[in-house]
Design a protein around this ligand. Sequence first.
Ligand SMILES: Cc1cc2nc3c(=O)[nH]c(=O)nc-3n(C[C@H](O)[C@H](O)[C@H](O)COP(=O)(O)OP(=O)(O)OC[C@H]3O[C@@H](n4cnc5c(N)ncnc54)[C@H](O)[C@@H]3O)c2cc1C
Length: 316
Amino acid sequence: MARVTVVGGGVVGLTTALELAEAGHRVTVVRDQPVEDTVSRVAGGLWFPYHVEPRARAVAWGLVALRRFTALAHSPDGPAAGVRMAHGVMVHRTEPDLWWTEGLGAVLPAPREVLPTDALGGYAVRVPLVDTGAFLPWLENRCATTGVRLVRRTIDSLDDIGDDLEGDVVVIAAGLRSATLLPDPEVRPGRGQVVRLANPGLTEWVVDPENPAGLAYVLPHGEVVVCGGTDVEGEWSTEPDPEVERAILARCRDLVPALRDAPVVGRAVGLRPLAPSVRLARHTVDGRDIVTNYGHGGAGVTLSWGCAEEVVRLLA
Ligand SMILES: Cc1cc2nc3c(=O)[nH]c(=O)nc-3n(C[C@H](O)[C@H](O)[C@H](O)COP(=O)(O)OP(=O)(O)OC[C@H]3O[C@@H](n4cnc5c(N)ncnc54)[C@H](O)[C@@H]3O)c2cc1C
């Protein structure tokens, strides 16, 4: 069994740390943000492999996470973990490419009356929907009770991982900022802005990725509905833009008229860690044993458990 330091305490770092600890490794997580401030917290939490490569591996990792989230949703821990199975509709405006539905089970045409009038069609699926506001603290707590040491610190370079941190293997799971630790110049941000509305009673989700006015999605999580969104490559600003917010609200209220009078209760911006392919591999860097697990783009929640299980296999 190894002594492992995981750099990163978002959804990727925490699921990896928990899997490693459950496999018997001695694990320390180092991160410099509270979970509430991570990109993972901004995520809408839909199980959907959006803006991530390569597809074949994303499908395989996603299916592992699908199985794990489904089991969690059906367990007594489901509500506390913020995980439920939710029906929803994926709208399409061109011939749909259903590559990501492999292994999902029933994928049925959505009834015409729930679709925008100008849409070509849509399909109805039931997938995990994860409220990251509940899931991340639950995960962090599970890590702590499984023996993972949680340390708050910024790692400026791999040399910062000294004797006080577990040192046989370092897992780099620091999202977008992994790129400065290694370095990895191909990694770039995909800026995403969301608006949170008071939930008027919705339980089902809708995603309209090809909306001519821009990406639109409505994801209900209990009292709150997460409305999005945007995905602007290369943009680094994390300040919510009021103009962008107005446009998101217009698209989402058009898509789901029940949201017309729902008040805004919050807003957030996150930078998706985009990469030409998910960086999941074991390397030797400056004589150190390193496993990378970053670059999950718009699918960090969706692939989380699948990638975490693969990290455990890489260390076996
Ligand atoms: C608007 C939006 C909507 C999204 N919706 C979904 C969705 O519905 N479904 C889905 O699957 N995905 C979604 N995503 C994508 C998902 O949020 C990301 O893929 C995921 O959060 C990446 O997780 P991560 O753990 O790699 O990174 P992060 O959440 O960014 O966590 C990085 C961690 O590393 C730590 N860290 C970084 N650098 C250092 C350092 N040098 N020293 C110490 N600590 C460091 C930070 O403190 C933090 O703990 C969405 C993203 C956005 C922006």
